[in-house]
Design a protein around this ligand. Structure first.
Ligand SMILES: [Zn+2]
Length: 426
């Protein structure tokens, strides 16, 4: 466990603004107190700004292995489904060691990007054709090796499409039954580092699980007070196929059949209707948007402004990890809407402030979705921080009132100077 510290940077993000002369006292991996306490710092961060580490709600770390090759189009063009074939091929080539290597690569890059918590939506359970769950322990270990905080959203997967059996190349994702899922879930608990790792629940999508199994998993997750995540309506084809079989959309099925509440995060919602979204948000659900992946895969443009205007809690994921940069995710969340609406300042918060609203999605909202005490520098919260290098050329000219805007709209990962997880500087 990290030793107690008194940390002082030039300025510290206190939730609404950057403030000077703030000392943050940490012990046992948590923030104990903060303020202008007049204490002598044990860790002085000169020329730096201290911020809460960012929370990446949705990742498939191994898909980092498609970077480069995933953007070659030998057939002239591609789509989500052709990309999925390439992803299946990658998965089939991985053993636990190669898989762990890709995970470490992705998790390291996340830390570089100022991400200190990752929600890993983990569905590649087995290496080879056996049901061996070799990848489960491997990914837990990979996160420990790198030092990032992990919420492992272990994913249930046992159909190969709406009402279809698993195909040959989906066998590595297989979970036999809800009972088998929980047996493995409970087994995994013994592998976790208690200070930096927790487990959550995921049903992959309506393509990969039946309504009965999704309902059972969600009831179990609620009873155990766990976060529940699911891909929802990323592709038009998924919505149309489901409607053809069941006469309603996946999202309307979820809101009608499940007791949706704040522990439910729907990932993507690219093609969710306004009416369905209203129901989902009214029930308290979170929406995770993955701007760079949705752009890379050509998914479409989600109705983020409507979600924000309705008070919905949007959080952010790097998903396919084709590029890992949270400042870039955040500005593209806003930019795609500016392009679409031909105006500036779309995802504004109550104070007319875009950057603060975006940063809240990347921190507070993400932590809420994953049920971790992170995303804020507040007493009792995890001592998970990053710093910005105030001497970086990209930040020259920014003052405390414009620093967050300068970071989100003008910077890549290189301005992130330090990372700290559970009080341990990496
Ligand atoms: Zn995903």
């Amino acid at each position: 466990m990290a030793a107690p510290q008194i940390i002082e940077a030039d300025v510290t993000w206190t939730g609404h603004r950057f403030e000077p002369s703030i000392q943050v006292v940490t012990s046992n991996g948590l923030v104990e107190r903060l303020g202008a306490l007049g204490l002598v710092p044990t860790k002085k961060l000169s020329g730096k700004a201290l911020l809460p580490g960012m929370v990446n709600v949705h990742s498939h770390a191994f898909q980092r292995g498609l970077r480069g090759s995933g953007d070659l189009f030998s057939d002239g063009s591609g789509n989500f489904w052709s990309w999925r074939e390439a992803m299946y091929k990658l998965a089939s080539e991985l053993d636990a060691e190669k898989f762990a290597h890709l995970c470490r690569q992705a998790f390291s890059e996340m830390l570089t990007a100022g991400i200190t918590t990752v929600g890993e939506f983990h569905y590649l359970h087995h290496s080879g054709s056996e049901e061996n769950y070799a990848m489960d322990a491997a990914i837990v270990r990979a996160a420990q090796d790198v030092g990032i905080r992990l919420v492992l959203l272990s994913a249930f997967y046992n159909t190969g499409g709406v009402n279809k059996p698993l195909s040959e190349n989906q066998q590595q994702f297989k979970t036999d039954s809800v009972e088998a899922y929980w047996d493995q879930w409970d087994e995994l608990c013994s592998h976790l580092d208690e200070n930096t790792q927790t487990l959550g629940v995921a049903a992959h999508s309506v393509r990969a699980a039946s309504l009965a199994d999704i309902s059972q998993l969600h009831r179990d997750a609620c009873r155990r007070k766990l976060p529940f995540h699911m891909h929802v309506e990323e592709q038009r084809k998924e919505v149309e196929e489901f409607r053809a079989d069941f006469g309603r959309t996946p999202m309307s099925m979820l809101t009608q059949e499940l007791d949706v509440s704040a522990n439910f995060t729907a990932v993507h919602c690219t093609h969710t209707s306004a009416e369905d979204m209203e129901q989902f948000l009214a029930a308290g659900g979170n929406v995770c948007i993955c701007p760079l992946t949705e752009a890379n895969l050509g998914d479409g443009i989600p109705a983020t402004p409507d979600i924000v205007a309705a008070g919905g809690r949007v959080c952010i994921g790097t998903d396919s990890n084709s590029r890992i940069s949270f400042s870039e995710e955040l500005r593209w969340l806003e930019y795609v809407q500016r392009l679409h609406q031909e105006k500036r300042g779309v995802l504004v918060g109550e104070t007319g402030n875009v950057a603060r609203n975006l940063f809240e999605m990347a921190t507070v909202n993400g932590a809420r979705s994953l049920n971790v005490q992170s995303g804020e520098i507040s007493p009792g919260f995890n001592a998970d921080f990053v710093t910005l290098d105030l001497t970086a050329p990209e930040l020259r000219g920014a003052d405390p009132d414009t620093l967050l805007e300068a970071f989100i709209f003008g910077c890549g990962n290189s301005v992130i100077a330090d990372r700290c997880v559970a009080g341990r500087w990496l």
